[in-house]
Design a protein around this ligand. Structure first.
Ligand SMILES: NC(=O)c1ccc[n+]([C@@H]2O[C@H](COP(=O)([O-])OP(=O)(O)OC[C@H]3O[C@@H](n4cnc5c(N)ncnc54)[C@H](OP(=O)(O)O)[C@@H]3O)[C@@H](O)[C@H]2O)c1
Length: 333
């Protein structure tokens, strides 16, 4: 018998999530049945999109149900296998979320290789979903060319930090925003040309304009709100916008008005394109090859912020909305 603690959604947040929206529960697991595997999680991911699943509304993924475990990406180790192809000690990726252990059919698990020099948890960040989001959104939608200027918001986070570095690898000038001076220092340390602390810079539009007076060719949006308005304002004609996320609005209790300068989309012939990473699943082999190469060459670096214990998952999740993380926010079990 294995006892597993898990985090369930107790109530739907109104505005910013708080502890009262989550509950800790325990379940007892038996032995895996035919074709099943018992997995103990080592690392769990907390991600901004999970906030969207806490609303009871139709979207590209169904809403979380009250009383159920929060689903999300996790990495674990096989403890007991009753399925062909899986053995004790195998590293597996799953989507069963915020729980210490679980039994699942083998078909719901993906066996991951272990790479020397790359920690397992990189498969939840730089080599996982956030990394692919950055890679696909920037290269397929942004289509940056050497010599162009790329603006990325939320740049010290899991997605943004990869976007900024791939843009540098592609020979672009990068202007990036983040919420603390320490995050901006880290961005400069990985080659970002202009790192702006959007919380302390005063007028964000002035700060971006001063940094890149000729304007931007690509905007990779993780934030929305004022950042999107600024990007439209400084966009060159025919600039490409990869609309990845709008975290500034995820806790709004009323829909917020769109960019006040949206009319410029017409005059500047802007191409503004939203996307969900699953659209680009087919790029994964190329993504993994490129990323492993850039990591080996020392061109791609990453940070992670780690909280410990399944009971800390709500704190880790809520920390995303106050900038508590540099790089990927993770929970270690
Ligand atoms: N389209 C897709 O398929 C897809 C996939 C993955 C992620 N995303 C989106 O990509 C974005 C980044 O995700 P991530 O996993 O990499 O998270 P993350 O950037 O690692 O963490 C969130 C960060 O957002 C910043 N932030 C929070 N509230 C903000 C606000 N009001 N204004 C400006 N910045 C704010 C904080 O950093 P500061 O200290 O800089 O404020 C925080 O650290 C999110 O919008 C997410 O929803 C989209």
């Amino acid at each position: 018998m294995t006892v597993s603690r898990e985090i369930r959604l107790k109530s739907r947040p109104e505005g910013l999530p708080s502890h009262e929206n989550f509950e800790l529960a325990s379940v007892t697991l038996g032995a895996p049945g035919a074709g099943e595997v018992l997995v103990r999680n080592l690392w769990m991911s907390v991600d901004p999109y999970m906030r969207g699943r806490m609303y009871d509304r139709a979207s590209y993924v169904p809403p979380f149900q009250l009383g159920e475990v929060l689903q999300g990406g996790a990495l674990g180790e096989v403890v007991e296998s009753n399925a062909e192809g899986f053995a004790k000690g195998d590293l597996v990726s799953s989507f069963f979320g915020w729980r210490e252990a679980f039994i699942a059919p083998a078909a719901a698990l993906e066996k991951l290789p272990r790479h020397p020099g790359v920690p397992d948890q990189a498969f939840l960040g730089v080599l996982g979903m956030p990394g692919l989001t950055a890679y696909a959104g920037l290269l397929e939608i942004g289509q940056p060319k050497a010599g162009e200027t790329v603006f990325v918001s939320g740049a010290a986070g899991a997605v943004g930090s990869v976007v900024a570095q791939i843009a540098k690898i592609k020979g672009c000038t990068v202007v990036a925003t983040a919420g603390t001076d320490a995050k901006c220092d880290w961005l400069r340390s990985v080659g970002v040309d202009h790192a702006i602390n959007y919380k302390s810079c005063g007028n964000l539009l002035d700060a971006v304009r001063t940094a890149v007076p000729k304007g931007i060719d690509v905007y990779f949006d993780n934030v929305g709100g004022e950042h999107l308005e600024v990007a439209i304002e400084v966009a060159k004609p025919f600039a490409r916008f990869a609309e990845c996320g709008m975290i500034a609005n995820y806790n709004d209790t009323q829909p917020s008005p769109g960019p006040r300068n949206i009319i410029q989309v017409v005059g500047k012939s802007l191409r503004i394109r939203g996307f969900i990473v699953s659209e680009f699943a087919a790029l994964r082999p190329q993504f993994t090859k490129d990323m492993m190469g850039w990591i080996a060459e020392g061109k791609l670096k990453w940070e992670e912020t780690v909280m410990h214990g399944v009971d800390k998952a709500p704190d880790a999740f809520m920390g995303l909305f106050s900038g508590g993380n540099t790089g990927k926010m993770l929970v270690k079990l």
